[in-house]
Design a protein around this ligand. Structure first.
Ligand code: GUN
Ligand code: ZN
Length: 427
């Protein structure tokens, strides 16, 4: 691949803004990113990089802001077609909309079509990595990974496992088949190119203890894999877990007791946590994923962002419980939820969550999510004046954070001027 030199504004974090404070970033209004062999090979002022790399093909992004591609740390690609389904809370939403749609993934063509449409949408929204749930059907995993591989994406996914009679007929596996299918898919896809398999029990209410134990055993055999699931999203769900697992100390304990807690565990939502759960998650070094548009859309509750940086926290759409494919819209919702809790999230923290924070939650921060030499060149160019409403507010900005914030709050796919996957432009 030809060397490329992208010119534009650049913004690189110099530390975790939840630890170092909101200003922990270096902004260069005339910056450049030098790409060689799919990776960022140099970063700095445009003048210096032009002189240092005269052979590179120049792509001038003008005043657009070059950032790492967004990382969506929790999504359900099979729910693409039921996004924005009206009027239900979690359990009814699952039974009314989600499970019937997921049944359609028994058809591999439906899975392939949806994977294609989903990745078209996420890339158009500047998202270059997602960690997706699939359905119980192994072919739904093959469809997702095949499409991600064709596009050269760094992507994570797993077969969603459900064997309890709380899941409908036609959408149930068994403890043994979940173990066998997950193992086969893991051996097929994990570490193939840029792909990673994620062990994926849907959540405790749709698994028997035997299935959770089987997946715990599989994880013990492959501890380098991530394990993703849902935790304490809605109060009704927590009461349901209590009735299904009467011996468990709390919701987290249903996972912990079956070997499903550790530093590679990624828990979606995690809103209504007890002090014991927070302590155990912290001791275990597990990650949480905040899904703000989902939490307001399904009426789940307000995530406590003060858990960062004690715990690693990523950001996600939770498509299609979430109401948008856009990580910009997702940052806006995270801002609004924090406001309702009396916390104002600085734009640097929002951007960090959508890039390096999610990368850290997925233990991929040595590869993606940061604008720095050695990182894979998954990048976007963000137009900070993409609509008249945003442009007129942007015109009044006094610093880079004020310049970005209107796009965070009001931006969508129109703000994504360009997307690069491993250094190659998309589209
Ligand atoms: N809990 C279990 N499954 C799901 C799902 O598909 N979406 C959301 N938001 N929560 C869940
Ligand atoms: Zn989810």
């Amino acid at each position: 691949m030809e060397d490329r030199l992208l010119l534009g504004q650049t913004l690189a974090f110099t530390g975790d803004p939840f630890v170092e404070g909101p200003g922990a970033a270096r902004h260069d209004p005339h910056g450049a990113v030098f790409i060689r062999d799919g990776k960022i090979a140099d970063l700095g002022p445009a003048d210096r990089l032009r002189a240092a790399h005269p052979q590179a093909a120049i792509v001038d992004h003008g005043a657009d802001l070059i950032l790492p591609g967004f990382i969506d740390a929790h999504a359900h690609y099979p729910q693409t077609a039921i996004i924005a389904s009206w009027g239900k809370r979690l359990i009814d939403w699952l039974t009314t909309y989600t499970f019937p749609e997921e049944m359609r993934f028994a058809d591999p063509d439906h899975a392939a079509r949806t994977a294609r449409r989903y990745l078209d949408l996420t890339l158009a929204h500047g998202t270059t990595t997602v960690a997706s749930y699939c359905t119980i059907h192994p072919a739904s995993v093959d469809a997702f990974f095949a499409e991600a591989e064709t596009r050269g994406l760094r992507a994570l996914a797993g077969k969603t496992c459900m064997d309890r009679d709380t899941a409908p007929e036609g959408l149930r596996d068994t403890a043994q088949s979940a173990y066998d299918d997950s193992k086969r898919l893991l051996e097929k896809w994990h570490g193939r190119g840029r792909l990673e398999y994620v062990i994926t029990p849907r959540f405790s209410p749709t698994s028997t203890p035997a299935q959770l134990a089987a997946l715990g055993a599989l994880w013990a055999e492959h501890p380098d894999c991530l394990m993703q699931t849902h935790l304490s999203e809605q109060t009704d769900e927590i009461a349901w877990v209590r009735s299904l697992y009467p011996d468990a100390r709390d919701y987290l304990d249903t996972y912990e007791a079956h070997g499903l807690l550790g530093p590679n565990a990624v828990f979606g939502h995690a809103i209504h946590l007890t002090p014991r759960e927070v302590d155990r998650l912290t001791e275990a070094g597990a990650a949480l994923v905040h899904c703000p548009t989902s939490n307001t859309f399904i009426g789940s509750g307000l995530f406590d962002m003060t858990l960062a940086p004690k715990l690693r926290v990523g950001l996600a759409t939770d498509t299609g419980g979430g109401s948008s494919f856009s990580m910009l819209r997702t940052m806006a919702a995270a801002y609004e939820i924090a406001q309702l809790r009396g916390q104002a999230l600085h734009p640097s923290r929002l951007l960090w969550l959508a890039t390096q924070g999610s990368a850290k939650a997925l233990n991929l921060h040595d590869k993606i999510g940061t604008l720095a030499p050695g990182m894979e060149a998954d990048l976007i160019a963000l137009d900070l004046a993409s609509t008249p409403a945003i442009a007129q507010r942007h015109a009044r900005a006094n610093d880079i954070w004020e310049a970005i914030f209107p796009t965070i709050m009001m931006g969508d796919d129109r703000a994504i001027a360009a997307t690069y996957v491993a250094g190659r432009p998309v589209g």
